[in-house]
Design a protein around this ligand. Structure first.
Ligand code: SF4
Ligand code: FE
Length: 494
């Protein structure tokens, strides 16, 4: 079976020669770096759970390319059940890690690129699809993490790529050679970049003919010459450097995002899956975004489960769990969390086959899913903070608890319900702080807002897909209003 263990994966990253900068310093060994390791642990869970027989149904799939058993993160969805299993897998991983485990972006990119290259080849006579499938076979065979890289720097939002003062503000082809292309640009907010073996770059928006050099899809090794990665900061990230156990909140896991600079990176033709076919850029963006909007219906409810558990535990520790308003708030959190999940499942169950055979989510429902995700986690976090009380942000450091003079005072005065220790209460408060204010909030809140497109992008899709004409026709039929000739209605002469 082409599957790596958790340890194989970590060792495979150790062998790579990525150029990575963290807080102004070039870092040779990111694998053991305290600011990166939690994110590596989270991504490594996608390997660890795949080795556990009880999770095989969710974590593994049979490749339609080779017939081999592969990790679902490298799989092309072959039916609606695959789409549903994906959402359940992401919920499981969210529950286990409490953060972004990063590997979904590549999975969503594979599925989008697969169907779009197939349709593009059929229409234009190009040969990208077979090339892409050969690349994906390689990914499956070696069980790789592939970072999906879409978001360009974008510069002045009013201007198209080629109109920008600096033409590199969107990634582009700067040279076409007999053996391949050279690309230049930057990709922002790149989830899991440091933990990836390969980067699959895609255009960020619908492009017109004058921007054909920006219509590029290709795969590059994450340590290819010309690639630089600059790791982003997160709230309270330096607590990871303190060496403590409690104040970090989530001791083992975290996420990261990075800026990826592609400074004249050469890509051989066999790794190029779009090079100038601008008419297909919009379709690719839409499909990738659709898959990733579905993904959020899995990973965010998984983290939401932890928040419900954290809030309920704190209520127990503090003796408020029987209060009716607290029970009501917990029920509201569950309701919001399951609503996000329900949308993730619904857009999967309604998935349809594309021409390449790969299944695509229902776009309208995936956009409803993500629009809920831009709001509900904030409300779930607000309710959890309400239940927790102000100690969430006034709790002294764990170093104060171990100080021989003041520690005993803190133990004494921060004890609540007798059967729970002060330390248990502190640990749970720190976990909630991590998830709603600290590094975890970067993924659970701000990423919920902007990841896979900001709320307005989903509203635009809802307006496009709502089929208002059909809804008006239904209303007219029930109201007993006769249909008018089509040409009269089209002129708006109602
Ligand atoms: Fe996966 Fe969620 Fe992270 Fe996106 S935000 S990569 S869906 S865990
Ligand atoms: Fe994301």
């Amino acid at each position: 079976m082409p599957l790596m263990t958790r340890d194989d994966y970590i060792e495979s990253l150790r062998k790579m020669k990525k150029r990575v900068f963290i807080m102004g310093q070039e870092v040779e060994n990111t694998v053991d770096h305290p600011l990166v390791r939690p994110s590596l642990n989270a991504c490594a869970m996608t390997y660890a759970l795949a080795q556990e027989p009880e999770h095989a149904g969710l974590m593994l799939a049979t490749s339609n390319l080779t017939g081999q058993t592969v990790n679902r993160f490298t799989h092309l969805h072959q039916n609606a059940a695959d789409l549903v299993a994906k959402v359940k897998m992401l919920r499981l991983l969210g529950q286990r890690t409490g953060c972004c485990f990063q590997r979904c972006v590549g999975m969503d990119a594979f599925n989008a690129v697969d169907s779009v290259t197939y349709e593009m080849d059929r229409a234009l006579g190009t040969e990208y699809h077979a090339r892409f499938r050969r690349f994906l076979e390689h990914v499956q065979e070696h069980d790789l993490v592939v970072g999906g890289a879409m978001t360009d720097a974008k510069g002045d939002r009013r201007l198209k790529p080629s109109q920008q003062a600096d033409p590199d503000l969107f990634m582009r082809i700067v040279e076409r050679r007999p053996d391949g292309i050279v690309v230049r640009g930057a990709k922002l907010h790149q989830t899991g970049a440091l933990n990836s073996h390969e980067i699959l770059v895609m255009p960020t928006q619908t492009l017109a003919e004058e921007d054909r050099d920006y219509a590029v899809v290709c795969a590059v090794a994450a340590d290819a010459p010309g690639i630089l990665m600059i790791c982003g900061r997160q709230p309270s990230d330096t607590r990871k450097l303190e060496g403590g156990q409690i104040d970090v909140g989530n001791r083992e896991f975290g996420g990261h995002e990075a800026v990826i600079i592609l400074d004249d990176v050469f890509v051989p033709w066999e790794r190029v899956f779009m090079a100038g076919e601008y008419a297909y850029s919009g379709l690719l963006v839409e499909r990738f975004a659709g898959y990733h909007r579905q993904s959020y219906g899995g990973c965010k409810p998984g983290v939401g489960d932890l928040l419900v558990g954290t809030a309920q535990s704190l209520a127990q520790y503090q003796g408020t769990d029987k209060a009716s308003h607290v029970k009501d708030k917990i029920v509201e959190m569950v309701h919001l969390n399951e609503t996000m999940y329900a949308c993730g499942i619904a857009c999967s169950a309604e998935g349809k086959r594309t021409a390449s055979g790969t299944y695509l989510i229902d776009s309208l429902l995936a956009n409803v899913c993500k629009l809920n995700v831009t709001r509900f986690p904030y409300e779930i976090a607000r309710l959890a903070q309400d239940i927790a009380g102000g100690l969430l942000v006034t709790l002294p450091s764990e170093k104060d608890f171990t100080n021989p003079e003041i520690g005993p005072y803190l133990e004494k005065y921060l004890r609540s319900v007798e059967r729970y220790t002060t330390e248990e209460r502190c640990r749970m408060l720190r976990l909630l702080e991590n998830l709603t204010l600290g590094p975890g909030a970067a993924a659970y809140l701000t990423e919920s807002m902007h990841g896979a497109g900001s709320p307005q992008a989903q509203r635009i899709m809802l307006a496009r897909l709502a089929d208002l004409e059909e809804k008006m026709r239904l209303a007219r039929r029930l109201a007993g209003i006769k249909e008018r000739p089509v040409n009269t209605m089209q002129r708006g002469e109602t």
